[in-house]
Ligand binder design. Structure first.
Ligand code: AMP
Length: 113
């Protein structure tokens, strides 16, 4: 997979405000926050988008969700947050390294825009 902004963050080639890291994933604050708390959780493995994930990635995908929950709790929003995964350019994906948005700290409307 080609290098993206997020692989550069994983490799510490560009800076980010990292709030959590383990052997499988990294979480850092979004540079253009859409809520008081806006954090991205990304796998260290290069997967461009959710539809590129394989059956063998199931444990990793689950880990991204449990990590998102852990990070939301760490930020003080353990039971009031929204997770978003944009898949593909038409859904609004702009960085082609799989990521889960954690949004918290305000109310959210439904359906999303
Ligand atoms: P998406 O539109 O779902 O692909 O989300 C990409 C997100 O990455 C956007 O919310 C951007 O604000 C965010 N973003 C882009 N570059 C950076 C960066 N260098 N550090 C942190 N967040 C970034």
């Amino acid at each position: 997979m080609s290098e993206t902004l997020f692989s550069k963050i994983i490799n510490r080639e560009i800076p980010a405000d990292i709030v959590y890291e383990d052997e499988q994933c990294l979480a850092f604050r979004d540079v253009n926050p859409q809520a008081p708390v806006h954090i991205l959780v990304i796998p260290k493995k290069s997967i461009a988008m959710l539809t590129d994930a394989m059956e063998t990635d199931e444990a990793l995908l689950g880990h991204l969700l449990t990590t998102a929950s852990k990070v939301a709790k760490q930020e003080g929003f353990g039971d009031a947050f929204r997770l978003v995964v944009n898949n593909g350019a038409d859904s609004g994906q702009t960085v082609f390294h799989l990521h889960v948005h954690i949004l918290a700290g305000r109310s959210f409307s439904w359906p999303p825009g």
